[in-house]
Ligand binder design. Structure first.
Ligand SMILES: Nc1ncnc2c1ncn2[C@@H]1O[C@H](COP(=O)(O)OP(=O)(O)OP(=O)(O)O)[C@@H](O)[C@H]1O
Ligand SMILES: [Mg+2]
Length: 241
């Protein structure tokens, strides 16, 4: 993708997204018409009650799932209806995911977990550089079982950003962590967002985290209920909960 394509327009443009799950007689309306634009380099926090559709929306943006109706464009390329191969390529080239549970491979060191991804990426960072970016310079040769939950999550972040994704999608990245460890993970996201310029979207139940965002989007019952822009971004180190 060239600079000309990235300048100006949004990275993501979602229009009229709905997602309906049918379970026998019952229909669950996970998304009921979401319009959304996300811009390069932004740090976006996505809030909303359990069941409001946050994960569904994130998975659709990241090409893990398809909407029932509506369209998603990433840098002008239409993802919806693109087919499985195209979606796999899109995810591989452009999307980093971070989930609540770190999904590291237990038999591989931190460096090897990151290298698994960089080996198949087009223009990756060196695994050591990605690990340094999340403050794990000293832990490259440790196995997941030798690291705390927060450290493992930072390995997962290093793995996700090492391929220099267009977008980093994080679903409850601090959900399993205490506040001190959670803040270190948020500092890692703050730094990777600033230094790599990856559009970063973070789902959380913790409204305090919204203070570190450029933009805060709140979902309710499958719709965007409200949106606000922070005049200043709080630094993760100054958050308390
Ligand atoms: N695979 C599925 N099959 C059926 N219903 C689903 C499926 N995935 C999600 N849902 C339903 O869609 C709605 C939205 O779910 P989603 O996981 O997007 O919510 P969420 O905002 O991420 O919630 P949480 O904060 O609990 O993670 C919920 O009512 C959920 O039960
Ligand atoms: Mg969820």
């Amino acid at each position: 993708m060239t600079d000309t394509e990235t300048r100006g327009g949004p990275v993501f443009r979602a229009q009229g997204l709905t997602k309906t799950y049918r379970m026998g007689e019952v229909e669950v309306h996970a998304l009921r018409g979401v319009d959304l634009e996300l811009f390069a380099g932004e740090f976006v926090v996505l809030l909303g009650a359990s069941g409001s559709g946050k994960s569904t929306l994130l998975n659709i943006l990241g090409g893990l799932d398809a909407p029932s109706t509506g369209t998603v464009e990433c840098r002008g390329h239409v993802l919806t209806g693109a087919g499985d191969d195209a979606l796999t390529r899109f995810r591989r080239e452009h999307v980093g995911f971070v989930f609540q549970f770190y999904n590291l491979i237990p038999s591989l060191t931190a460096r090897e977990n990151v290298a698994l991804v960089t080996e198949i990426a087009t223009d990756p960072m060196a695994p050591d550089d990605a690990l340094a970016l999340v403050g794990l310079d000293e832990r490259m040769d440790h196995f997941p079982a030798q690291m705390s939950g927060g450290e493992q999550q930072r390995v997962a972040i290093a793995r996700a950003i090492a391929k220099r994704p267009t977008v980093l999608l994080c679903d409850e990245p601090t959900g399993a962590l205490d506040s001190k460890t959670g803040i270190r993970v948020l500092q890692a996201l703050e730094r990777t967002n600033r230094e790599t310029g990856a559009l970063t979207v973070v789902i959380t139940h913790n409204a305090v985290i919204a203070d570190m965002a450029d933009r805060v989007i709140r979902l309710r019952d499958g719709r965007i209920e409200s949106e606000r822009r922070n005049a200043d971004r709080a630094s993760a180190a100054d958050l308390h909960w």
